[in-house]
Write a protein that binds this ligand. Structure first.
Ligand code: NAD
Length: 289
């Protein structure tokens, strides 16, 4: 396929490179001028999407996605598909999908889980909302960039799945960090806590796979000085999107709100920025000391 790829950063760069390596013709644009292997550079977003079958966006936030969409829609050929892999708010996604549909362009919201490692290895999980027929057309591309693509429903359903998943992740990580802090104070050995919880009803991905305590459980960012992995500020971004969605929908999410408050303080007032989100455990270690 002819693919236009807008946003070639930490995630978009390796995703575009994987599509090119699989034999697709990829034309990319990023104002920073980075150019992944196998990708042809375009001077601007419009030039990147001309004559393409599929346009993929991988951008920082909803405002930038809205701007890029307004720019590329008039330049896309009819019948082409616009796929937004960025994590953005559900409202913006739905609004942009309606605008694209009016212009004869089918859209998919396809945020990802799996981080930069998953992007590089082509093992991302895609959560997809939007046009079901467009999903069938583009499925081979998701198979290259990821290991799993789940179609979740109409426009916005992919973003909804992503923010719900990451709200659970933020809450379980905060609870896991808190439990290690309490265990420390109670004189309970960290390895023993892991051995019990990872095979008991307190188990979660945060404990079993991504344990925030160094030297405990499988290798994780905790064993690498909390180098991200999944940066605390990205966790905060997703928790804020969750809170925005809860507010717009009139839904109570007290656990999500608390996790959002904890990560806000961690990123804005403590040492969280630039570190993995599991470094939140430091907050409880300090308290324990
Ligand atoms: P990034 O900052 O590394 O990359 C974003 C890129 O977009 C940058 O290279 C920037 O120059 C480019 N950009 C900005 N404005 C642009 C414009 N108008 N046109 C074209 N390019 C533009 O961010 P990232 O880590 O690659 O994240 C991208 C998206 O993926 C975000 O929405 C993020 O929430 C989501 N995400 C990231 C991770 C992760 O671990 N990094 C995991 C899951 C989801």
């Amino acid at each position: 396929m002819n693919i236009g790829f807008i946003g070639l950063g930490n995630m978009g760069g390796p995703m575009a490179a994987n599509l090119a390596a699989a034999g697709h013709r990829v034309t990319g644009f990023d104002p920073s001028g980075v150019l992944p292997e196998g990708v042809t550079a375009a001077d601007d977003a419009k030039a990147a999407v001309a004559d393409t079958d599929v346009v993929i966006l991988m951008l920082p936030n909803g405002a930038i996605v809205a701007e890029a969409t307004a720019e590329v829609l008039p330049a896309m050929q009819s019948g082409a598909v616009l796929v937004d892999c960025s994590t953005i708010d559900v409202e913006t996604t739905r609004r942009l999908a309606a605008r694209a549909e009016a212009a004869g362009i089918a859209t998919l919201d396809a945020p990802v889980s799996g981080g930069t490692t998953g992007a590089a290895k082509g093992t991302l999980t895609f959560m997809i909302g939007g046009d079901a027929a467009a999903f069938e057309t583009t499925r081979p591309l998701f198979d290259i960039m990821g290991q799993k693509a789940v179609f979740c429903g109409p426009a916005g359903a992919g973003q909804a799945a992503k923010i719900c998943n990451n709200m659970i992740l933020g809450v379980t990580m905060a609870a896991t960090c808190e439990a290690f802090g309490l265990a420390d104070r109670l004189g309970l050995d960290r390895q023993s806590l892991f051995d019990v919880v990872s095979t008991s009803s307190g188990a979660s991905w945060s404990m079993n796979t991504y344990c925030p305590a160094p030297g405990v459980g499988p290798a994780s960012p905790a064993d690498d000085g909390y180098r991200p992995g999944f940066a605390a500020e990205l966790m905060l971004k997703d928790l804020r999107l969750g809170q925005e969605a809860a507010q717009v929908s009139g839904v109570e999410t007290p656990m999500g709100r608390t996790a959002c408050d904890l990560y806000t303080a961690f990123v804005d007032q403590a040492e969280g920025r630039g570190r993995d989100f599991s470094a939140l455990i430091r907050r409880y270690e300090d308290q324990s000391a």
